[in-house]
Design a protein around this ligand. Structure first.
Ligand code: ATP
Ligand code: MG
Length: 364
């Protein structure tokens, strides 16, 4: 029997998930979960790197993100939900990986560079934020992931991870798995404002849980082509987020092409075009919204999925950590030797030490 390939993906609990996540990564995860051993990380440690002053926001969003997972069809029977902060091995690996990257390498990371500019950090960027690609390498490798379904903005992180893995395996022993990125059908969905990327923290998102009214309001107020003033004016399709959303969600390809030609030629008004988009989005989002509301009535189920997933994640990460410690020659104390009764008898103060049984994962 061949071992199923592992998948690791994740999201920062900085807000609920949006339709960019859906086409960029969630759709892929749902399709792959049955044939892969899938781990989905709720990356609260990474969320803290730029939200450390508002920890309650991060905490509140952990279960919101889990709700979104269940709503889009990620199934805890196939897919392990893990809360990052409850896996100390990830932090431990991060510390060792930091030795394998240079500050210059981190400074070159185009996504982090853009995010530093967008957040206005300049020279005052928190060190934790600056080095989050390294912690992401720890996330991916802790679970031995082969595949990482991500949006385009994450490609530099996967490349950085691959470099760290190669370095580690070459220097110590080949114990880490080198992952591949898997970019979704839509690498980067623009925001409602036409901005480069829809983002949780950017105020330009359609949430998966938005009500029908909220969805309609957002679509109506979307940015289009500012030069398209009268219905009869020719309009621009490129850079127009309405068409980007139709490309991402409307299965009727020929219909979309016809709308594009009509818009370019003139005679197709924004109001009519947006009404069509609203119909398309509503058809995709209504079942998700309904499932989300059902799970929201039953938060115990959501918490249980997160708790059991995190416990399983901890076991897998602990195995990786053990191999990594052996590879780095840092495996001084072997658990078996220290757990024998003979050893305990020699050490009167051993009574209060944590044992395997007293070590548990804390539920969120
Ligand atoms: P934040 O603004 O807090 O960074 P975010 O919207 O960028 O939030 P993340 O949690 O950082 O969301 O990203 C989770 C995953 O979703 C990543 O794989 C990312 O590439 C993907 N993703 C996020 N936004 C988009 C988008 N607009 N289009 C396609 N994929 C996206
Ligand atoms: Mg992001």
């Amino acid at each position: 029997m061949t071992l199923r390939q592992r998948i690791l993906t994740g999201d920062r609990p900085t807000g609920p998930l949006h339709i960019g996540h859906y086409v960029g990564s969630l759709r892929n995860r749902v399709a792959l979960q049955r044939d892969h051993d899938t781990f989905v990380l709720i990356a609260d440690v990474q969320a803290m790197t730029d939200n450390f002053e508002t920890p309650q926001k991060v905490r509140d969003n952990v279960l919101q993100v889990a709700l979104d997972y269940l709503a889009v069809g990620l199934d805890p029977a196939h897919c392990t939900f893990v809360v990052q902060s409850q896996i100390p091995e990830i932090a431990e690996l991060t510390v060792f990986y930091l030795n394998l990257v240079t500050v210059a390498q981190l400074q070159r990371n185009p996504t982090v560079k853009a995010e530093i500019a967008q957040k206005g950090y300049g020279e005052s960027v928190p060190a934790g934020f600056f080095m989050y690609p390294v912690s992401q390498a720890a996330d991916i490798t802790a679970f031995g992931a082969h595949l990482v379904p991500v949006g385009e903005d994450q490609l530099p992180m996967i490349e950085q991870t691959r470099e760290i893995v190669r370095r580690f395996n070459h220097l110590y022993a080949p114990v880490l798995t080198e992952p591949q990125a898997l970019v979704g059908e839509v690498a980067r969905l623009p925001g409602l404002d036409g901005g480069g990327k829809m983002g949780k923290s950017l105020g330009n998102a359609i949430w998966l849980g938005d009500s029908a009214d909220e969805l309609a309001r957002k679509v109506r107020s979307m940015y289009t082509d500012p030069g398209h003033l009268r219905v009869s004016d020719p309009g621009s399709v490129e850079g127009n987020p309405v068409f980007a959303y139709l490309d991402a969600f409307d299965r009727d390809r020929a219909g979309v092409e016809a709308l594009k030609s009509h818009y370019r030629a003139g005679g197709l008004g924004d109001v009519k075009l947006k009404a069509h988009l609203l119909g398309v989005l509503d058809a995709v989002l209504t079942p998700i919204r309904v499932r989300r509301a059902e799970f929201a009535q039953n938060m115990d189920v959501v918490e249980h999925a997160v708790f059991t997933g995190t416990r399983r994640g901890r076991e897998v990460a602990a195995q990786t950590m053990q191999s990594a410690r052996q590879a780095m020659r840092l495996d001084y104390f072997q658990a078996d030797r220290f757990n024998t009764d003979r050893f305990k008898a020699d050490l009167p103060s051993a009574a209060g030490r944590p044992t395997k049984e007293t070590m548990t994962c804390t539920p969120v």
